[in-house]
Design a binder for this molecule. Structure first.
Ligand code: IPE
Ligand code: IPE
Ligand code: MG
Length: 245
């Protein structure tokens, strides 16, 4: 897709997506192009994550969800998984102080129990120390899979029914939404997938029922704020009908 590139757009907050999702894909291909190990691609991708997160917060995005590690990514070679876990630890340590000045609230969506106790403790600390901030909510999807999220939600709802705190007839779409990791947040308006693959890869299946999708032919480590501007500009031109006319 060709995008019109323009520098330094002054964004009208009313036109921006309230909730933006990004599938941070292409780190491996970026590294391969440079004959580097895949871990170098992840390191470069983590830098982009920081730049783009800060930019989103500055222009007035209210919710940003980034896909960092899927429930399927454990299938990768152990060496790559280990490198990613080390990188997450490093980045969480930095995020504890880093996003403070930007007033960013950091949340993790996904099954945390699979992570090492050290990483889980860092996740908890990052969440609790940022919870009261007034700024953008950053959801980091780690060991996240939409199907897993829906199974977990189903179990929570079934539990309420067996405890008689909920009746089967009372189950609505809202009940499902309220039992997802993203409970209380608006659905994503726009999902961007860099690196050219036209697929969802188990990301926010329920929540993205009416999200706009933009696939870009740029590898995540190469993704610049001007690329985000181009995607946002494209988003403002879409006609969203939500099934209406
Ligand atoms: C995304 O980049 C990061 C993770 C999935 C952890 P990839 O590692 O999937 O990069 P490609 O798709 O192989 O280029
Ligand atoms: C999706 O990318 C997950 C993340 C970016 C974290 P993948 O690289 O895992 O997706 P597939 O395997 O190409 O579908
Ligand atoms: Mg990939």
């Amino acid at each position: 897709m060709a995008f019109f590139k323009k520098k330094k757009i002054e964004w009208d907050k009313a036109l921006l997506p309230a909730h933006l999702g990004i599938i941070m894909d292409g780190n491996g291909r970026w590294a391969k192009k440079r004959a580097l190990p895949r871990s170098a691609g992840h390191r470069a991708g983590a830098k982009t994550f920081r730049t783009i997160t800060r930019y989103c917060s500055n222009i007035g995005i209210k919710y940003l969800t980034v896909y960092a590690f899927s429930t399927e990514n454990w299938k990768r070679p152990q060496e790559e998984v280990d490198a990613l876990m080390t990188l997450f630890e490093e980045y969480l340590r930095e995020a504890l102080t880093d996003f403070k000045d930007d007033d960013i609230v950091v949340k993790f969506i996904g099954d945390k129990t699979a992570f090492s106790p050290k990483l889980q403790a860092l996740i908890d600390e990052t969440e609790s120390s940022s919870a009261q901030r007034p700024g953008m909510v950053l959801n980091i999807a780690m060991n996240y899979g939409s199907r897993d999220e829906l199974v977990t939600a189903t179990k929570k709802i079934a539990e309420k029914i067996s405890e008689h705190s909920l009746k089967i007839d009372e189950i609505t779409e809202q009940t499902v939404s309220d039992n997802l990791y993203t409970a209380g947040q608006p659905d994503p308006d726009l999902i961007i997938r860099p690196s050219g693959d036209h697929r969802i890869s188990n990301f926010l299946l329920w929540q993205s029922a009416y999200a706009e999708y933009i696939v870009m032919d740029i590898l995540w480590p190469d993704f610049k704020t001007s690329d985000l501007d181009a995607a946002l500009l494209e988003f403002t031109k879409r006609s969203r009908r939500f099934g209406g006319v």
